[in-house]
Design a protein around this ligand. Structure first.
Ligand SMILES: Cc1ncc(COP(=O)(O)O)c(C=O)c1O
Length: 454
């Protein structure tokens, strides 16, 4: 039985519960929460009471829902995550890596990978993806570079990469997974931004269909679930078992997962997999494509369209930095983008992107370009062009070590004790244990001090 059907039936039993959660399924809701969240949400919020299931050892309704999802995604196993893709990334690292194991990581990874390094004690080998200066974004993974790195480091246990990138750029996962297999390396793909790919062919090919061992997806980013809902899939053809993943998840996630989130995860997957859901998504993608076509007609405006997921609209305007464009849209048109860099601005769309919302962006960009609108940036933002990191100490060994704050101008060649990552996208610029280079100092020049290892 599905989670939602079970809860519906359970409500009719009218059982008296002397259990957590203490709001008693909405018998108490703080007045402001009632005003803003409503009562119904609380009526779905249960803990592991009789008849319900346990996310840390599912044998009932959660297991049924996860098994059903695994069928839909064609996975060996699918895990529902109520602690975000972050928990899936850390758990997969925990399940696979032991202290001292080498792990290859594409540098445009999310900072949760760093947390996984601190916890596991694994040794990172950083792989720099190609960088696209014209757009200020990371590009795809270069296969020759990957193969060369793996052939030089035969003891690498796993490769962790992000696909698509935040901006939607795709790598050739099929060929990457073949290279990984050749060197007996486990491939973990952070597909946080590709959660709709299983449900619309034109967006991108899911990594699960291309040979990745583990794939993690955020369901809240594009697929319309509550923050921070996510999924972890194990590939049917991977030698990895499910137990190690479950144990690792149990180590780092809450023992009180949110049932409203589980209900929502189940509902989102079922909807996207339904005929109605497919038509709905088809319509959204059609509308986004239409907008992109219109934007491409605007003089002085360019839309990124090289091997990327169309739901992530990346634009740039001639003679204007991405930061400036972003500020104008915010201040003059009341539009907030997902992120900006020196060259371009990213607009994320997803299942909740209405036609009206798209129209507003279209009108704003047409107006802005036609009238050559400009504003003066009060404090121009800095852009960081990634540099090869120099690791002095691995994250686990530097964690908790003594540090002091020094003036930035004296920080060259010192060992950083700060994790510097703009959010979004949460990609590390500098990590604790890494040597501070002149490029870092230039980028951070807006601040006075930095924490360094004593
Ligand atoms: C590429 C990537 N991976 C993982 C995450 C973490 O996802 P979540 O918020 O679901 O924990 C993010 C969040 O921004 C991300 O951009």
């Amino acid at each position: 039985m599905s989670i939602i059907n079970f809860i519906e039936k359970f409500k009719k039993l009218n059982r008296t519960l002397y259990t957590t959660p203490s709001h008693g399924q909405g018998d108490f809701v703080a007045p402001l929460a009632l005003k803003h969240i409503g009562h119904k949400f609380f009526t779905c919020d249960y803990s592991e009471i009789e008849g319900f299931d346990n996310l840390s050892n599912p044998i009932g309704i959660i297991k049924t829902a996860q098994d059903r999802a695994a069928e839909i995604y064609n996975a060996k196993a699918t895990f529902f995550l109520t602690n975000g893709a972050t928990s899936g990334i850390i758990a997969s690292m925990y399940a696979i890596l032991k202290r001292g194991d080498k792990v290859l990581i594409a540098r445009n990874c999310h900072k949760s990978v760093y947390n996984g390094l601190v916890l596991t004690g694994a040794v990172p080998i950083w792989l720099m993806p190609q960088y696209n200066r014209d757009w200020g974004i990371f590009d795809s993974i270069n296969l020759d570079y990957l193969e060369e790195t793996l052939s030089r480091n035969k003891d690498i246990r796993a490769f962790i990469m992000t696909n698509p990138t935040y901006e939607g750029v795709m790598s050739d996962i099929y060929r990457i997974s073949n290279v990984c297999k050749k060197y007996n390396v486990i491939l973990i793909v952070d597909e946080a931004h590709g959660a709709l790919w299983h449900f619309h062919k034109a967006l991108g090919t899911p990594a699960l269909y291309q040979g990745a061992d583990i794939v993690i997806q955020s369901l809240h980013k594009t697929a319309g679930a509550l923050n921070p809902s996510a999924l972890l899939h194990i590939n049917k053809h991977s030698p990895l078992g499910t137990k190690a993943i479950q144990q690792a998840l149990n180590l780092i996630t809450t023992t009180s997962p949110s049932y409203p989130m589980l209900v929502n995860i189940e509902a989102v997957i079922n909807f996207l997999d339904s005929e109605k859901g497919k038509f709905y998504l088809y319509d959204i993608v059609k509308n986004v494509n239409r907008l992109v076509r219109t934007l491409k007609q605007i003089p002085n405006l360019e839309v990124y369209s090289y091997n990327n997921d169309v739901t992530k609209i990346l634009v740039k305007v001639t003679n204007m930095s991405g930061f400036e464009l972003s500020d104008i849209l915010f201040e003059k048109y009341n539009i907030e983008d997902e992120l900006a860099n020196e060259k371009s601005v990213l607009f994320l769309t997803g299942v909740g992107t209405t036609k009206a919302k798209l129209k507003k962006l279209e009108k704003a960009l047409i107006d802005l370009c036609a009238n050559n609108i400009k504003i003066t940036e009060e404090t121009p933002q800095k852009h960081f062009e990634p540099v090869e990191p120099r690791v002095r100490y691995i994250p686990n060994l530097v964690w908790g070590r003594e540090y002091k704050e020094i003036e930035l101008k004296y920080a060259l060649s010192r060992v950083s004790m700060e994790l510097i990552a703009d959010y979004p996208p949460g990609i590390p610029v500098l990590l604790p244990g890494e040597v501070i280079k002149k490029e870092h100092i230039e980028y951070l020049s807006g601040r006075q001090k930095i924490k360094v290892l004593v």
